[in-house]
Design a protein around this ligand. Sequence first.
Ligand SMILES: [Zn+2]
Length: 315
Amino acid sequence: MRYANLYTRFTALLAAFSLLCAICPPPANAAGKLNIMTATTDLAALAQEIGGDRVDVESVARGYQDPHFVEAKPSFLLKLRHADLLIVVGLELEIGWLPPLISQSTNPKIQVGAPGYFDASRFAKILEIPTGVVTRAEGDVHPLGNPHYWLDPENGLRIAKGIQNKLSEMRPNDAAYFAERYNSFEQRIKQANEKWLAEMKPYAGRKVVTYHRSWPNFAEHFGLNVVGYVEPRPGIPPSPQHTVELIGMMRRDGVKVVLVEPYFDLKTPNAIGRDTGAQVVVLMPSVGGEKEIIDYFKLFDYDIAKLKQAFDTAK
Ligand SMILES: [Zn+2]
């Protein structure tokens, strides 16, 4: 009898509790914000566009660092340990520094192949995919195709769509919010893209040399013609012989602009500039490369302004 009584009271309590749960809507972030870590700042910027105030986003690499060779601070291990989602560039861009961080984080959610491991390259248009066998033994750091694909706003939009779907899958209750954020981003990027294309139109087909192969997607989208590289191969420092050949080609073809990423020594580009009369311009491949480049839009604003200035000076 006593037990029965206790049981009844317990079930009543349970029922009351369930009722309480049913009638009280959960607080906005009952499940807390999603913790997102990204390999690079550009992916962080895109994740922030879609995730808004429902996510905390941080990038391991800084925008002024060479994304192939990042020295990650040990503090990132702790952050990766608590991440719900890790977004990477992929195509082996981060192979030199990210895999040990992922395994040492011992976070099962973000291990390669787990639902919290998001490879953005699967959503982007990839250029320069090698047809033959490329081994890293030759020093080529782009063995699976060009990993600098975020430098085309259309790829930014494709990646944002992938992120929207992933976040909605992880937080179905916020799916409408993420969809709204994506739609706003799509509208703004399409508008900005019209403006960028118009600004670049007068320079269509201009020949440029770049230090590293960071710009094929950018060049294809904005109509530039990349005719040579300061590096003999991606990831291999300039050699005297290659530089001499490059200078000869630039003189023959009248190439007047050399684009350099902020993390390379300017010695060789400047020497090339002196020998050919070309403008040497430091372009930013990533958000945060300069203080004013606070988001994905400002990245293109900055680079296009720099390019226009270089082409106009080189006339
Ligand atoms: Zn590269």
